[in-house]
Design a protein around this ligand. Structure first.
Ligand code: NAD
Length: 496
């Protein structure tokens, strides 16, 4: 075992995107271990500089983390909902206090802008706080008089140890979506961040532990999907990631009949009708597509606009895309960072090229920025393509980056048909002044969320989750409790 110097991730905050090397091991029993064995090298997507090294956890390391979570679970479950909620609230408050400290590390390892990192970290704290509040509201059922003298009740029991696997686009909020309900319900957690974004998650685990989370209740294994991820299939696997990986996780979980919830990819359509507030709709489309450099599951990935108003909308979206300021996330005024990895950029470039080979017009962007300062990062211009073939990759595949296809449609029926013509079913939105069209969109769009005349903001109060290739199961809302508990029926027959 090679042990090098260990530096707290908090020091990443001081790097502000500059080259530093940090070394961090996995987080087990309430503490970060020294880096050990094989390592992952983490690079800054904007500059190519090395941010640090983290342990590339193998099956034995994952096993230790799972054992730690098992050992802590019974005591954690015994503490009761109100008490667990209080611990979670203290964690949420501590996270809020550390937001400014965490921003530097998140920007350095993920590539997003400082503003996006701040929004993400605050949202993660909000979600933990939301579930802390719900802790006293958890209910189950009771039936009086099933038969004469017979009552029934439903117990909610924690599952035990759950394995939270998350991707790199929003490392902290996606984890908080799982931690909130899992911890409130009395489970303990082994989290696995993406192998490119380990540091913020490790520091988050430290902050929650310093705020009162008992050792072992949350463990973090840093490692690759095929090695650490596959080793980590415990009682329940709430998984967020791509559709192919989700299918693989589901297949693994079948052995031993483990539960999974799958929050997978999306290709969310937006329909803009001729009676819509076109300015607001264009803003929502640009914001919804280019936020986080287009790397969001719920991004607006396809726009269908009525032909009679299409020119105005296309011009507005293209103008917004062209005005966005690309750059290194820590630079003042930057609105769009790099893509997360060279591979992600290559995949998107290939999707655009294959699409354009069949037709379509590029009305904004189209390639890499011509800026000497950005040549070491994985930057791509915000790109808008009009009327490519509807069977092309930009219509059929998930485009996980800053590129938006727009189609002109003749009427609402065609818009709904094309919007539903996708293997995915995560979110959708419609912009219209017509109550009838709005209601039809809500009823007929095949997906888990529809926004009407609204930017695509996710609310903790409402359940969220996809259909079809976008997975199944719900996060957010009190509905999430159903996925982190077993519901057991008990029948009691009185003697008289
Ligand atoms: P990914 O599927 O490659 O990786 C996600 C996580 O799974 C990572 O931690 C990875 O290491 C792990 N993993 C990879 N292979 C594994 C395996 N064989 N067994 C177990 N774990 C494994 O996804 P990505 O490319 O990192 O993330 C982007 C994808 O995530 C996009 O498709 C996006 O739409 C989706 N996403 C979905 C939601 C949602 O809530 N629906 C939210 C964010 C992102």
């Amino acid at each position: 075992m090679s042990v090098s110097h260990v530096v707290r991730t908090s020091e990443l905050a001081r790097t502000e995107g500059r080259s530093h090397e940090f070394e961090r091991g996995i987080f087990v029993d309430g503490a970060v271990e020294p880096v050990a064995g094989d390592t992952l090298t983490i690079t800054n997507p904007a500059t190519g500089e090395i941010v640090g090294r983290a342990t590339k956890a193998d099956a034995a390391a994952v096993d230790r983390a799972v054992r730690s979570a098992h050992a802590a679970q019974a005591d954690w479950a015994r503490r009761g909902y109100a008490d667990r909620g209080a611990v979670l609230r203290a964690g949420a408050e501590a996270l809020l206090e550390h937001v400014e400290e965490l921003i530097g590390g998140l920007v350095a390892e993920q590539g997003k802008t400082v503003r996006e990192a701040r929004i993400e970290l605050r949202k993660a704290a909000d979600t933990l706080e939301h579930y802390a509040g719900l802790a006293k509201e958890v209910r189950a059922a009771y039936v009086h008089g099933l038969d004469p003298g017979v009552d029934g009740r439903v117990l909610r029991k924690p599952l035990g140890v759950v394995a939270a696997i998350v991707p790199w686009n929003f490392p902290t909020t996606l984890l908080a979506n799982k931690l909130g309900p899992a911890l409130v319900c009395g489970n303990t957690v082994v989290a696995k961040p993406a192998d490119t974004t380990p540091f913020t998650t490790l520091r988050l685990a430290e902050i929650l532990t310093e705020a009162g989370l008992p050792p072992g209740v949350l463990n973090v294994v840093t490692g690759t999907g095929p090695e650490a991820g596959e080793a980590l299939v415990t009682r329940l696997v709430p998984f967020t990631g791509s559709t192919p990986t989700g299918e693989r996780v589901m297949a693994l979980a079948a052995k031993g009949t483990k539960r999974v919830t799958l929050e997978l990819g999306g290709s969310d359509p937006m329909i803009i009708c001729d009676d819509a507030d076109l300015k607001k709709a264009a803003s929502a489309a640009a914001m919804g597509r280019f936020y986080n450099c287009g790397q969001a599951c719920l991004a607006i990935k396809r726009v269908y606009v009525f032909a009679s108003v299409a020119d105005e909308v296309i011009e507005a979206i293209a103008a917004k895309a062209s005005r966005l300021r690309l750059g290194i996330g820590t630079d003042e005024g930057v609105q769009l960072g790099p893509m997360h990895t060279e591979r992600q950029r290559a995949i998107m470039e290939d999707q655009i090229a294959r699409t354009l080979s069949g037709g379509g017009e590029v009305v904004a962007g189209g390639g890499r920025p011509d800026d000497e300062r950005l040549r070491h990062g994985w930057f791509h211009e915000p790109t808008v393509v009009v009327d490519p073939p509807h069977g092309s990759p930009m219509a059929r595949e998930e485009v996980f980056g800053p590129a938006l296809p727009i189609w002109r449609v003749q009427d609402f029926d065609q818009a709904i048909r094309l919007a539903n013509d996708s293997p995915f079913g995560l979110g959708s939105s419609v912009w219209t002044a017509s109550l009838d069209r709005a209601e039809r969109a809500a009823a007929e769009l095949d997906c888990g969320y529809t926004w009407i005349n609204s930017p695509t903001k996710v609310y903790d109060e409402l359940p969220f989750g996809g259909v079809g290739g976008s997975g199944y199961g719900k996060e957010h809302g009190s509905e999430a409790f159903d996925y982190y508990t077993d519901q057991k029926s008990v029948v009691v027959k009185r003697a008289t």
